[in-house]
Design a binder for this molecule. Structure first.
Ligand code: TYM
Length: 334
């Protein structure tokens, strides 16, 4: 609790271009929850280097992502928006938690297996212990709730296990966090292979909508989206392409699936795809415009970075000191 409010933590990697999946699965929920909670939104650059990065590009992408959080509507005066690398407590707590996490638990992480198979030349220890760093991110702020897409649920489960294990040894040190998954949009699928998650690392450019795609590109990608030959706009697993488009449409318009099905009853796939594309454009265009405006305001963004790093460090250090004391590290003499 901070000032009587529950705490929310979430983050995104500044690796590659963000997709509509990142927005609908995570960022959009951050916006709806931000009034209710004391929020910490991190640009998790420590996580990014588990895969090789070009330094100048990482720095630019991290700044763009931080700017995008604000452009999407998160007020940086109310929400703590900061770079993970500006808060040393993430790495410090991560080390401690490494000693309370089992190899067997990390071996089960599907995202590790997935990434290791994609980067066979660089299966580094950081990639393996990545979920521990994620647990440290969350526990450092004593977060009650963590809004994420479905692909992060396994990491959240691990975080809860580690927190409970630590608490059972040392007493109530960590808040055990709950995941928050949106009713729709928690797993946006590829437009080309709707059995696969929409991902920023997809090699087929038509598979993903990027948050910075211009309106024509967005519409074109939706027109090319893979559907089926059923000629029925129905919400069912047998029609994964149509189901995904309905999910996207409903999440963008805040309509229920029933409302959408009624709206498109008797319509053809062509009209439907166009409507989905337009719904996405109307969500992304204002964010893109605001992003372009904010990106030019270096002084403002710099001031946000500075203020929020201080705030994040303050809360992070509170938890860190508590943890260090519990495990038996000597107190610093000031
Ligand atoms: P990342 O950067 O891969 O993704 C950021 C957020 O976007 C969600 N997401 C999706 N949601 C729906 N459909 C999709 N196709 C889709 N693709 C991505 C993700 O679930 C995530 O919520 N390890 C995390 C970042 C992280 C983090 C944290 C998150 C580090 N520390 C602490 C929460 C709390 C990651 O790589 O997300």
């Amino acid at each position: 609790m901070i000032d009587g409010k529950k705490v929310l933590f979430s983050g995104m990697q500044a690796t590659g271009n963000l997709t509509l999946g990142n927005y609908l699965g995570a960022l959009k929920n951050w916006l709806t929850l931000s009034d209710e909670y004391e929020c910490f939104y991190s640009v998790v650059d420590l996580h990014s280097i588990t895969v090789r990065q070009e330094p100048a590009q990482l720095r630019k992408r991290a700044r763009d992502l931080l700017t995008l959080y604000i452009a999407a509507g998160l007020d940086p005066k109310k929400n703590c928006i900061y770079y993970q690398s500006h808060v040393a407590g993430h790495a410090q707590l991560s080390w401690i938690l490494n000693c309370y996490t089992y190899m067997g638990e990390l071996n089960r992480m599907t995202q590790f297996k997935d990434k290791a198979s994609k980067h066979t030349d660089n299966i580094n220890a950081g990639l393996f212990t990545y979920p521990v760093l994620m647990a440290a991110d969350i526990l450092l702020f004593q977060a009650d709730v963590v809004p994420v897409g479905k692909d992060q649920l396994q990491h959240l489960e691990l975080t809860r296990d580690v927190a409970q294990r630590f608490n059972s040894i040392y007493g109530d040190v960590f808040t055990v966090p709950e995941p928050y998954i949106g009713k729709t949009g928690a797993k946006i699928m590829s437009l080309q292979e709707p059995s696969k998650k929409m991902s920023k690392s997809d090699e087929n450019p038509n598979a993903s909508i990027l948050l910075m795609d211009d309106p024509d590109t967005i519409i074109r990608k939706f027109k090319r989206a893979v559907t089926d030959s059923e000629a029925c706009i129905c919400y069912r697993d047998e029609q994964p392409g149509i189901k995904n488009l309905l999910d996207i449409y409903c999440t963008c318009t805040n309509k229920t699936v029933e409302e959408a099905l009624r709206e498109f009853e008797g319509k053809g796939y062509g009209d439907f795809k166009l409507a989905v594309g337009e719904a996405v454009v109307s969500v992304l265009k204002p964010i893109q415009d605001e992003f372009a405006r904010l990106s030019k305001d270096k002084v403002y963004i710099d001031s946000i970075i500075k203020e929020n790093a201080e705030k994040a460090n303050y809360y992070a250090n509170k938890t860190l000191r508590k943890v260090q004391k519990k495990v038996g590290f000597p107190e610093q003499i000031r």
